[in-house]
Design a protein around this ligand. Structure first.
Ligand code: 4AD
Ligand code: MG
Length: 435
């Protein structure tokens, strides 16, 4: 194929004859002119067929080509400010074309479809511009996560998915059979991270995690991706310092490298531009006061924040806000209680602005073996399964902390999406395991 290029690089080939492989996404015409919107993985470009320039049979074939047919075109790249596309500004004057497959009638049209219909056709819906933009932002977020951690001294150590015990409470476990023994899909790699820091000090794991969340919300998936950094020698204040550097880096990287995609999504980026350190920090106590003053007079100290509470608290600030020192009773068994005030623990959640809710959850971990054993018993967890975890406190225990950032919620926030179902290619939800 002569001079094969991807659409995103058309700008570097003005005046040249190039070959493009792709799919037909839109077709309009006027007399001797036919406008074919061609999509490849990298973008969309307008290809123009001018009847007098083409073999008459080919012109007819293109004129009747169904949407989503695959084809290869050859033509000259022209700069034209008005040309639509991603990025716009360039078009191709078709000289020749070869149809690879003529598509059947495509089920997704330009008319409005219901969400369930689109979810049933997720395997096709992914081809749409909006989904294309979201998946590319997601990939950039993942690259930014890895780049920041890899270049700040964190070692990537991946932890098991099949596990013998719960990390985040027993109510959301997915149980499976491991040759006659029960096994659970990982809810979090944290407990293994805590072992890994004693070998490598700063580590992270990154992979899918599973929670049988029996509620239907805009923020919960059954299978979601979480990056979990864990650090030896780090306490609560430093944990927040690290998180704000990390989250700011991710947001600024997307703004810099994925402007075209954010434009496709119609994202107002003014609030995202403000996401730079430092972030405000308030205690759970202070958050409760804010709620009491702000239209939630009945909120009880000790309760978990629901989504309206999180949104209200976050809206009092321009940037993401840390809420620290949650009630010990409401949090996981491994969190370090505050010395002198054991009813709260050294935990911290980061709430995103604009109502996107909790995007990170983390804490300082209990480092004393006796206290940890007491907590495991108090939570009615099977002691035997946590023997190895207790060992970590018996051989050179140190203060340590870590957090988990949910990729899908971060994508929803940065892209400005009102539901996490569009943030992952094939979402697993309460009533959905297809496709
Ligand atoms: O707050 P969580 O449950 O924290 C942990 O799992 C810790 N073990 C992490 C750690 O300290 N290493 O979950 C962390 C983040 C949440 O803030 C949220 O962004 C995301 O994971 N998350 C979910 N995202 C989508 N669907 C769900 N069902 C989620 N549950 C948590
Ligand atoms: Mg949490």
């Amino acid at each position: 194929m002569e001079n094969l290029i991807r659409i995103e690089n058309a700008k570097d080939h003005v005046g040249e004859t190039v070959t493009i492989r792709g799919w037909l996404t839109l077709k309009t015409g006027k007399g001797k002119l036919l406008f074919l919107r061609v999509r490849d993985g990298s973008g969309i470009i307008q290809a123009v067929a001018f009847k007098p320039d083409l073999d008459p049979e080919l012109f007819q074939k293109l004129k009747h080509l169904p949407l989503e047919s695959s084809f290869i075109i050859e033509g000259e790249v022209r700069a034209d400010e008005r040309a639509p596309g991603i990025p716009g500004g360039y078009e191709i004057g078709i000289k020749d074309a070869r149809i690879v497959q003529e598509a059947e009638e495509y089920p997704i049209g330009p008319k409005e479809h219901g969400v369930e219909f689109l979810m049933d056709h997720r395997h096709l819906w992914l081809r749409s511009r909006r989904q294309w933009a979201i998946m590319r932002v997601r990939a950039e977020i993942i690259r930014a996560i890895r780049d920041w951690l890899d270049s700040n001294g964190y070692l990537n150590v991946d932890n098991p998915i099949l596990t013998p015990s719960a990390a985040e409470g027993t109510t959301t476990l997915f149980k499976t059979d491991y040759f006659g023994e029960p096994a659970y899909l990982s809810q979090s790699g944290q407990l293994y991270n805590e072992a890994n820091i004693f070998a490598f000090e700063k580590v992270y794991c990154f992979g899918p995690t599973f929670r049988a969340e029996k509620s239907k919300t805009r923020r919960h998936l059954m299978e979601f991706w979480m990056v979990e950094p864990e650090m030896a020698w780090v306490q609560l204040d430093e944990l927040m310092d690290i998180e704000e550097q990390f989250v700011s880096y991710i947001v600024q990287r997307v703004l810099k490298n994925k402007a075209e995609e954010l434009k496709v999504l119609g994202r107002d980026t003014s609030r995202l531009e403000k996401v730079v350190p430092p972030f405000p920090r308030i205690s759970y106590d202070e958050a409760v006061e804010l709620l009491h003053e702000g239209g939630f007079p009945d909120f009880q100290w000790g309760d978990d924040f629901g989504s309206p509470h999180e949104t209200y608290i976050a809206e009092q600030f321009e940037k993401p806000v840390f809420v620290h020192h949650y009630p010990t009773e409401s949090k996981a068994f491994y969190m370090e209680p505050e010395p002198g005030r054991p009813e709260v623990c050294r935990s911290v959640d980061l709430l995103a602005p604009e109502g996107y809710g909790e995007i990170t959850g983390g804490s300082e971990r209990m480092s004393d073996p006796e206290k940890l054993l007491a907590s495991i018993r108090k939570h009615n967890l099977p002691e035997d399964a946590y023997k190895w975890y207790l060992d970590l406190r018996r051989y050179g225990s140190v203060p340590h902390s870590g957090f988990g950032l949910g990729v899908e919620r971060t994508v929803a926030w940065i892209c400005g999406l009102d539901h996490v179902r569009e943030t992952i290619a094939y979402p697993r939800m309460l009533n959905r395991l297809y496709p």
